[in-house]
Design a binder for this molecule. Structure first.
Ligand SMILES: Cc1cc2nc3c(=O)[nH]c(=O)nc-3n(C[C@H](O)[C@H](O)[C@H](O)COP(=O)(O)OP(=O)(O)OC[C@H]3O[C@@H](n4cnc5c(N)ncnc54)[C@H](O)[C@@H]3O)c2cc1C
Length: 404
């Protein structure tokens, strides 16, 4: 197996690096660097997504017929690497990596024409309405009801943990359209305009302490007699589970963890140089070095798995359950990086359980970026829960790969 990039790949890497350096607004990078997990305000996200859209690079995984750049798997990986390297915020994966592939595969021609160009131009943002209270891992138990009344559905119920619902233009929702037969056979997939009368969005404030309106991430969404035109149903009625599962494959396998982990790891090592333990930099402590070395090996292993994942896509083989492996280990190792960062800054981290405004001029005691450490640690607890918890991924792998 050859893991180094060849000449043309290196040239592509330089092109991407140079373009990002010249085009990413510095305020976007700074806000992303200062945020809990490379998330920025809607205004900054749209600003950056529009720049990428103008270059044709907003949707790297899309086929060219829908506006994708026509890159191969290695180029897509290089792009992710360079975005992480430059502190790009995460792009709207709900729009680009989740609902879009479902529309391409199962949507009507009218739906493709209506929605895909708006995503590619960064003009509309989406959120994901799957989970409900009591229906997370056990998603098929969902109860939000959609009743057919002539040319429209009336939707009633509640979604929860809906990331970015407070700024999204549209939500893709799983709804119950039948109680007959198996639970999975009574679910439909609806596209709902967030401006529809009857939708109410309430914020949920997380343990990472972001209590300011519009800086929070997750919400509850309530639907009361929300009218949704039948033409906004994707595919057939009661076949939504098939489309939902297809989307989950992208949710689990669609991220490149290695580049972001590598970046966070470099940051951790810099932090350890600045933190003193009995007058010596923490980075000189043999026990610390042992932990950091073990972590680096885990990151190497993830990167190796990811490259195998990408190269299997390149040769046309199905990646199988690699998406689950990478999601599970990528998020767990990501959490470990934040745990070691908390250990490194010690008590200097404790005053900052809330994130400072990215443009705040308060100088933290204990060094630059010490204030990010606790909010980041708290925020990343979510990563082993959403998109299928680690326990659920282990169940999937135990069945599919170990035959248990
Ligand atoms: C920050 C955040 C953002 C989110 N964003 C979104 C979003 O945008 N849209 C959306 O639809 N959802 C979103 N979610 C919801 C997320 O997908 C669910 O929280 C997740 O599926 C877990 O479901 P649950 O919360 O109901 O917990 P439960 O399913 O009740 O799980 C509780 C615990 O039991 C374990 N468990 C459950 N079943 C099994 C099993 N069979 N075997 C072993 N262990 C099991 C779980 O691993 C977990 O530890 C988000 C969640 C969080 C925390």
């Amino acid at each position: 197996m050859r893991l180094a990039f060849n000449e043309s790949e290196l040239a592509f890497q330089r092109e991407v690096r140079d373009w990002i350096a010249a085009n990413m607004p510095p305020e976007v990078a700074e806000e992303s660097r200062r945020s809990r997990a490379s998330h920025v305000s809607k205004e900054r996200l749209v600003q950056w997504q529009k720049k990428l859209a103008g270059r044709g690079w907003l949707c790297p995984n899309w086929p060219q017929e829908y506006g994708g750049p026509g890159w191969n798997s290695t180029q897509k990986f290089i792009f992710e690497m360079e975005m992480a390297r430059a502190d790009s915020p995460y792009l709207s994966s709900f729009s680009i990596k989740m609902v879009a592939p479902v529309l391409m595969k199962f949507g009507s021609e009218a739906q493709k024409k209506r929605f895909l160009p708006k995503i590619a131009a960064a003009e509309e943002l989406w959120c994901q309405g799957y989970s409900e209270p009591g229906s997370g891992s056990d998603l098929a138990s969902l109860r939000t009801k959609a009743e057919l009344h002539g040319d429209h559905y009336l939707v009633n119920g509640q979604k929860i943990w809906t990331t970015n619902a407070h700024w999204a233009d549209w939500i893709f929702c799983l709804v119950r359209t039948s109680n007959e037969g198996k639970r999975q056979e009574g679910i439909s997939f609806l596209l709902i305009d967030m401006k529809s009368p009857g939708i109410k969005v309430d914020p949920i404030y997380l343990v990472d302490g972001t209590r300011t309106p519009m800086r929070h991430e997750v919400n509850q969404v309530f639907f009361t007699d929300v009218k949704v035109p039948v033409e906004n149903r994707v595919g057939e009625e009661n076949k939504g589970w098939t489309y939902a599962k297809y989307l989950l494959e992208f949710e689990r396998g669609g991220q490149a963890f290695g580049p972001r982990l590598r970046k966070a790891f470099r940051h951790l090592k810099e932090l350890a140089h600045t933190q003193l333990d009995a007058g010596e930099p923490l980075s000189a402590d043999p026990k610390w070095r042992e932990k950091v070395a073990a972590l680096e090996m885990e990151i190497d292993a993830i990167e190796m798995n990811e490259m195998m994942f990408y190269s299997s896509l390149k040769t046309g083989d199905a990646p199988g359950n690699m998406g689950s492996v990478v999601k599970m280990r990528g998020t767990e190792v990501g959490q470990k990086v934040t745990e070691l960062a908390v250990e490194a800054v010690g008590w200097y981290g404790t005053p900052f359980t809330e994130l400072r405004n990215y443009d705040s001029n308060v100088v933290p005691v204990g060094g630059e970026y010490v204030d990010d450490v606790s909010p980041r640690y708290f925020n990343t607890r979510k990563t082993t829960i959403y998109g299928g918890s680690s326990e659920v991924q282990r169940n999937v792998l135990a069945k599919a790969m170990l035959g248990l």
